[in-house]
Design a protein around this ligand. Sequence first.
Ligand SMILES: Nc1ncnc2c1ncn2[C@@H]1O[C@H](COP(=O)(O)OP(=O)(O)OP(=O)(O)O)[C@@H](O)[C@H]1O
Length: 200
Amino acid sequence: MLARHVCFAHGAQDVLHDVSASVPQGAVTAVVGPNGAGKSTLVEILAGVREPRSGTVERRGRVALVVQRPSVPDTLPVTVADVVAMGTWPRRRPRAEVRRAVAETVARVGLAGFERRPFAELSGGERQRALLAQGLVQRADVLLLDEPAAGLDAVSRDTTRRLLAEEARRGVAVACVTHDDESLRAADRVIRLDGGRVVG
Ligand SMILES: Nc1ncnc2c1ncn2[C@@H]1O[C@H](COP(=O)(O)OP(=O)(O)OP(=O)(O)O)[C@@H](O)[C@H]1O
């Protein structure tokens, strides 16, 4: 995946200035920089949920985006298994295969036994892991994540890093916004943003 000369404005103000960056297959790319640097905006543009004001994004294959944990109404009647299964919606698969993939992926993120729990009843870190599972179950060619380790304990952060490395090993182009030094060290490549520009 390749972004070329991307500019993006929230309202009248540009928050990304002439950003060019690549997210190659088979590698984990960390997207780092201070608060407000434009990391989430860049990931949303790479994912195609926002359109650049100018510049281009070249995408190959299917893209999965893992958003930061959303707040959900307590009464929202969806379970962990439902949230993960939503990741299978873009590509129709036989029901038995969906069930198997959901169970496998829930276990990969360490949530085995939580399948029937209402999503709204999970802790913040558990929700984040369910959303990671929703991204992984898609088996997309590009996996984009906005701070997947935010609020996770050390063991879960470690699991998340290992899962992203596994995805990269099977050829996925992984890009991950992070503030965490361990994730930065574990990444194969880095896109460093500051003030909406690529630096360093
Ligand atoms: N919906 C919005 N409307 C107006 N400005 C916005 C909006 N979303 C983000 N911004 C601004 O765009 C800039 C980049 O925000 P972005 O969320 O991409 O930064 P970030 O690097 O992901 O920050 P953080 O580390 O705090 O998550 C910031 O100055 C922010 O205030």
